[in-house]
Design a protein. Structure first.
Length: 600
């Protein structure tokens, strides 16, 4: 028992200033108040498991200390039990058989390592090679499923009427779009028609708009490697998942309209009509700010003509698809001018007089704003002269430097990474179309530079190989061949050129051959893998009439035909760099040639 200096017995609690006869709460106040603990915290301490001093009425200090020691011992015992349970849990998950002794050995090895792991620490993920492998397998399995479903969807769409069979009505496409809530009205549109240059112009227009920060969609046809190329989002083909989703979104409504049309004695939606609906819906779902849409055939009755275009572009018009569009330039121009809508801006390439007159009449009837390319024969100072002009062109590595004049500005020395004078004029149309989307204002130089620099046009005067140089082009009518041969002479300057030719049965094969003959030494006729293709023997007969029998070779396969063309080009007394092969005549043939040379 503690004693004071006078050896008097000290009353319990006196050292803490506890008054004699104090109750439990007074003891708590005295003890914890001396310890520096705010009395207001006592209820929380009691709730958290502090010594239940309220029950310690009349306890001595030593008894309080003993009670605290016992509680501490109990807590330590519980901690040991918890730790042992945790060790068993860790061992069960990490050590085969849940061997806790092995876990202790591993922990001891870690403790024995006196190196400071933090000195050499780098943020690294734990080795998850097994998990990563599993994820790769799952992704591969998913890819196989998606690809299989993609084939099913493509087969279902291809089973419909082919795109070259014109069904002169917009009712079916309009009906599906009405059921979908008219997605084509949710973004701005640039609509492009013409006989040649449509796809290249569409690609350049889309790139210029994308360079300005817009989200873009592009619908073009036909395709080279995959049907997904036809629907492009921000310059890239729609993914397999996206294509499948687009089809599954519209399929129920397509089925409804199919049933209605067939009940009335009409056809189902065609292959091209379904693709047009899918594209217009996908653009809204993405969503895009502006869509650049190329017609499939003609214009007036084309499935794409359901859009209310803000800008209409008409590339040069020539004779093509005469079976469906008419046999005269006037008739063909009338069909193509059908894309002009009320109040839109019309960008018009230089046209032959009959086509120009038809377009001007359509534009006037729709009160459209017209931006036309100047006729080279016009007086540039005349107030009637057009406002679009290619002022200058210079050859450059990989393309050409072009100076353009538009209604808004003069753009000097813009690099266009495509060959041929006709591509400079396509670029002029694209530039004017992009200006129109921007309210007719001049485009900043950076947008023009970046937009044109990112342009590609697969299958359009594309180099597939060198020594000897192998070119491929989708040119398929006399008008296109004329522009193409001029571009080859300008950009490549071959001393010898051999053509590899395949055409569709509805094309002007004789006119195509007549355009090739003056600039080629020989022609190798090849088949095309399409039910629409002209028989290769029939093509050979026409070729002999144009070239003479000694300058014509007929091959039964494209690969064999290319080999024969290479052998012919090497038979001349000239360096390999002076000889070339041109694969031409059809978009489908261009696709086959690109696949043959491993182009994606």
């Amino acid at each position: 028992m503690p004693v004071d200096d006078d050896s008097k017995q000290v009353r319990p609690g006196a050292a803490f200033g506890i008054p004699e006869g104090a109750m439990g709460e007074e003891v708590v106040d005295a003890v914890f108040g001396q310890a520096g603990i705010d009395p207001e915290l006592l209820p929380y301490l009691e709730a958290a498991g502090a010594p239940d001093l309220a029950e310690g009425e009349g306890l001595t200090v030593s008894e309080l200390q003993e009670a605290g020691a016992q509680r501490q011992a109990d807590a330590e015992s519980q901690d040991r039990e918890d730790l042992e349970a945790l060790r068993e849990l860790v061992a069960a998950n990490m050590i085969p058989g849940g061997d806790t002794d092995r876990l202790e050995e591993l922990l001891a090895e870690v403790d024995a390592d006196d190196s400071d792991d933090w000195d050499s620490w780098e943020p690294q993920l734990a080795d998850d090679s097994e998990g990563e492998h599993l994820r790769d397998l799952q992704a591969a399995a998913r890819g196989v499923e998606v690809t299989a479903r993609m084939r099913e969807v493509e087969a279902e769409i291809l089973a419909r009427a082919p795109e070259h069979q014109v069904q002169p009505s917009l009712e079916r496409v309009e009906a599906v779009l009405d059921l979908l809530g008219n997605p084509e009205r949710t973004y701005r549109t640039v609509h492009i028609t013409g006989t040649n240059g449509k796809t290249s112009t569409a690609r350049m227009t889309e790139r210029l708009l994308a360079a300005g920060g817009m989200r873009t969609g592009r619908f073009t046809s036909p395709h080279l490697a995959t049907i997904r190329e036809r629907i492009s989002l921000d310059g890239e083909p729609i993914s397999e998942e996206g294509f499948i989703a687009a089809w599954e979104d519209v399929a129920p409504y397509v089925a409804m309209v199919d049933e209605r049309s067939q009940t009335a004695g009409g056809p189902r939606l065609s292959f091209f009509e379904v693709l047009a609906v899918m594209a217009l819906a996908a653009f809204a779902d993405y969503p895009v700010d502006v869509a650049v849409i190329e017609v499939g055939l003609g214009g007036r009755w084309d499935a794409t003509n359901v859009i209310g275009s803000d800008v209409a572009v008409i590339t040069p018009i020539g004779r093509d698809h005469e079976r469906w569009l008419g046999s005269s330039i006037t008739e063909i121009a009338h069909e193509k001018a059908g894309i002009i809508k009320d109040g839109c801006t019309v960008i018009v390439a230089h046209q032959v007089p009959d086509a120009a007159a038809e377009i001007e009449q359509a534009a006037a009837s729709h009160r459209a704003i017209v931006r036309r390319e100047r006729d080279p024969q016009e007086d540039p100072t005349s107030p009637e002269a057009g406002v679009l002009q290619v002022l200058d062109r210079q050859l450059a590595v990989g393309g050409q430097l072009v100076t353009f004049a538009t209604a808004a500005a003069v753009y000097e020395d813009a690099f266009v990474p495509l060959h041929g004078e006709y591509q400079a004029h396509n670029a002029l149309l694209a530039l004017a179309a992009a200006e129109a989307v921007h309210g007719g204002r001049r485009l900043p130089a950076r947008i023009v530079e970046d937009g044109f620099a990112s342009v590609t046009s697969p299958g359009r005067l594309e180099v597939l190989r060198s020594s000897p140089t192998v070119l491929v082009d989708a040119g398929h009518n006399p008008h296109g061949i004329e522009a193409l041969t001029g571009a080859i002479e300008e950009a490549f300057g071959f001393q010898h050129l051999v053509a590899v030719l395949g055409v569709m049965a509805d094309k002007d094969a004789e006119g195509i051959l007549a355009g090739l003959e003056p600039v080629t030494d020989a022609v190798v006729c090849v088949p095309i893998d399409s039910p629409r293709a002209m028989d290769v023997e029939d093509l050979g007969e026409i070729a002999r009439e144009v070239y003479g029998a000694d300058r014509v070779v007929v091959s039964q396969q494209l690969g064999e035909g290319v080999e024969r063309a290479v052998a012919l080009s090497e038979g001349y007394d000239a360096p390999l760099t002076a000889s070339g092969i041109l694969i031409v005549g059809s978009v489908v043939l261009a696709a086959e040639a690109r696949a043959l040379f491993g182009r994606p």
